[in-house]
Ligand binder design. Structure first.
Ligand SMILES: [Zn+2]
Length: 467
């Protein structure tokens, strides 16, 4: 086990202003050399630490017949069993509130966070001070790659609540030495106030969800403010939703604000979640493998897939002392590559982003459908507004897929009808039989957080038709 684990970072270090890298050597190293000399030693230290401090992992690995000593290479690492979201939730029910993988004493907890619990019981996170500092360090390093510098002002337009997104972004901004503008979201009237403040303070970086950035722009235009010229965002950073990795949404955000749109994010459990993060060249998210080790595995054989292939995401912390996640099977679908990126970083990339979020997928007439595919289709056609809904219902015993969308304000009836037809035809060529219902502009609900765009009414149908 390396002596310096968890790693200690110089909290005062900053790269030269014009250096594209935080740590050139580490970021541009030969991937095999990095795997051998950096990732593997950190991984082994993390495994030993977890085995010693976490009854959760000790029990799990003992039952699987594997110990940290068995892991002598990254190939060996595939012997370690996966951990799932459900398993973490169940463990927390049995060992409330933080579960049996906390690894630190309660009095070492510096910050309490949690998941939103929209898809089940929320998960609680108890994070140590050291981990919070390392999260800040990791995010600062990755944000440097977005092009953020100490003279930037970062507007954080997301909820400051249990949600880790805002706090993780704030920790990174502070460590990088930029000005944090933690505006928050969710209070009535806050978007209108944001529009005033943004014109006044002129922050150069936006952080929030893609949905919120589009809502903010729409609201600004209604108030006679042009988000492209009256605001001053040169970099917009997103997480929480797949939108920033959906090509047509990315383009729409960049056209709206005149800044670059950066996609980031793995999942709250894996904070520092920015270790999936694009660089300023926006060629898909890099996997910062020496901070969080990411794998793509085949969903059936559960074996790691080669570069160039599609698989589901599995993540492992490499420097976490509180609640480390080890082979956490997030289950989102992506494709990875080791093709070079113009930035010169040698981390693998997800060139198409994370296009299949496990939580978002639904099945219609036996087919897996990802909302991001529908989002991309809508946003590629000129004339649609920014909001849409997907309603799944049942007619007799057949699933029906309804897409509700809006034209931009001022569109006449005939053109609105045409837009709807165009989308139906486009989705049909992608194998999706849908009914498109056009709604008057501004009628679909807007959000300041993550949009809930899929409404599944099939349970309701079954309930109503039950005898
Ligand atoms: Zn890059």
């Amino acid at each position: 086990m390396p002596k310096n684990w968890p790693p200690e970072y110089d909290a005062k270090f900053l790269p030269e202003h014009n250096s594209p890298f935080w740590d050139r050597k580490l970021e541009t190293m030969d991937p095999r050399e990095r795997a051998e000399t950096v990732i593997l030693p950190k991984l082994q230290a993390q495994l030993h630490y977890a085995y010693r401090h976490s009854p959760f992992y000790r029990n799990k690995w003992d039952s699987a017949g594997v110990t940290p000593e068995d892991i002598q290479s990254l190939a060996d690492f595939e012997k370690i069993p996966f951990v799932t979201k459900e398993e973490i939730r169940e463990d927390q029910l049995k060992h409330p509130p933080f579960g049996s993988n906390l690894c630190i004493s309660k009095d070492e907890i510096a910050s309490v966070h949690g998941t939103s619990g929209t898809t089940g019981k929320p998960t609680a996170f108890g994070i140590s001070q050291g981990d919070m500092e390392r999260i800040g360090e990791a995010h600062a390093r990755i944000m440097w790659g977005f092009g953020i510098r100490p003279d930037d002002t970062v507007f954080i337009g997301s909820f400051f609540s249990l949600y880790l997104g805002s706090w993780g972004a704030l920790a990174g901004v502070r460590r990088l030495g930029a000005a944090a503008f933690p505006f928050g979201a969710g209070v009535p009237g806050q978007t209108e106030r944001a529009i005033e403040w943004i014109q006044e303070i002129k922050p150069t970086v936006f952080y929030g969800t893609p949905s919120y950035s589009l809502y903010l722009a729409e609201k600004a235009r209604v108030l006679g403010v042009d988000p492209g010229t009256d605001f001053n965002f040169r970099i917009l950073v997103f997480s929480g939703e797949p939108g920033a990795g959906v090509p047509a949404t990315k383009k729409r955000i960049e056209d709206t604000y005149g800044g670059i749109c950066i996609d980031t994010g793995s999942t709250a459990e894996m904070t520092p979640w920015m270790t999936n993060g694009e660089c300023e060249h926006r060629k898909g998210m890099h996997l910062w493998q020496d901070i969080v080790y990411a794998e793509l595995v085949d969903s059936e054989t559960e074996k790691r897939v080669p570069y160039g292939e599609e698989g589901v995401t599995v993540y492992t912390h490499l420097e976490r002392t509180s609640q480390p996640m080890i082979r956490f099977r997030a289950g989102d679908i992506s494709m990875w590559t080791l093709e070079p990126c113009p930035c010169g970083r040698t981390y693998p990339r997800l060139p198409r982003g994370v296009y299949g979020r496990a939580d978002d997928m639904f099945v219609v007439r036996g087919e897996n459908v990802y909302p991001s595919a529908i989002e991309n289709a809508i946003r590629r056609i000129d004339g649609f507004g920014d909001e849409f809904r997907i309603v799944i219902t049942r007619e007799k015993t057949m699933d029906e897929l309804i897409v509700q969308a809006e034209p931009i304000p001022g569109t006449n009836d005939e053109s609105t009808l045409k837009l709807g037809k165009m989308l139906e035809v486009d989705l049909k060529t992608k194998g999706l039989r849908t009914l498109v219902q056009m709604q008057p502009p501004g009628t679909l609900e807007r959000t300041e957080f993550k949009a809930r765009r899929v409404i599944d009414q099939r349970d309701l149908y079954d309930e109503m038709t039950k005898r």
